[in-house]
Design a protein around this ligand. Structure first.
Ligand SMILES: Nc1ncnc2c1ncn2[C@@H]1O[C@H](COP(=O)(O)OP(=O)(O)OP(=O)(O)O)[C@@H](O)[C@H]1O
Ligand SMILES: [Mg+2]
Length: 222
């Protein structure tokens, strides 16, 4: 379970990117954070990934206060998580294989196991035939799928995705959401930042509405 208590985030005074956000996400939930551009979706996801710290507030993951975890133990926390960044953050001068293998590099797994997992992960996003290609030579949607393969390669318990279907055609967007659903059905908690209303309506199980950094509503579907 993920619990956020009174999270505030200020990048620059006097503006608050996140103001007083409290929410709960159950293990195995498939949820969306939605809201207009600038409402704080990316900020909230980056805070959850502990990439940035909130100015105020507490976050508990399965009862552990993750903001109190010392820096040298953060990698252990991150290993529980996968993230698809809004801008993908791929290494363009390295192969698709190398990009997807990144989260496995610090695990100390044997090379053979790394190759097996990378291949399986790429197969899940239907991109295994491009394993030795370079991201620069892939289409936008293919690059997005590399980013997703990298996020799921270490079988994260928590999968975060920031606008994972932005700029994709509806068919591919649907396909990618179906991949997330599959991962969710395998037990992962999935949290997606998106403003694609149609997809949210179709896939959303729990929906948080953000506006100007505040939660202005919450919806649960049975
Ligand atoms: N690195 C930063 N430095 C300063 N201000 C920032 C930074 N990142 C975001 N902000 C500000 O914080 C607010 C929330 O931004 P954020 O990127 O979280 O919104 P978003 O909901 O993800 O928007 P979008 O839908 O456009 O991706 C905005 O007002 C933005 O200008
Ligand atoms: Mg964003």
């Amino acid at each position: 379970m993920i619990e956020l208590y009174h999270i505030w985030k200020q990048y620059q005074k006097p503006h608050w990117a996140i103001s007083d956000v409290s929410l709960e996400i159950d293990t195995g939930d498939f949820c969306f954070i939605t809201g207009p551009s600038g409402s704080g979706k990316t900020t909230l996801l980056r805070i959850l990934f502990r990439e940035i710290l909130p100015t105020e507030g507490q976050i508990l993951i399965d009862g552990v206060n993750v903001l109190k975890i010392p820096d040298h133990k953060i990698n252990k926390l991150r290993r529980l998580m996968g993230i698809v960044f809004q801008d993908f953050r791929l290494m363009f001068h390295q192969s698709v294989f190398a990009n997807v293998a990144i989260p496995l590099q610090i695990t100390g797994l044997p090379d053979k196991e790394i190759r097996r997992r990378v291949f399986n992960s790429l197969r899940q996003v239907n991109l295994h035939h491009k394993m030795w290609e370079y991201p620069a030579r892939l289409s936008y949607g293919e690059q997005q799928r590399v980013a997703i393969a990298r996020a799921i390669v270490n079988r994260p318990k928590i999968l975060l995705a920031d606008e994972p279907t932005g700029n994709l055609d509806p068919e591919l967007a649907f396909e990618i959401m179906s991949i997330f659903k599959e991962i969710n059905e395998q037990g992962a908690t999935v949290i997606i930042g998106s403003h694609d209303r149609e997809l949210i309506r179709y896939f959303g199980h729990k929906i948080f509405f953000l506006q100007k950094g505040k939660i202005i509503g919450q919806e649960m579907k049975p």
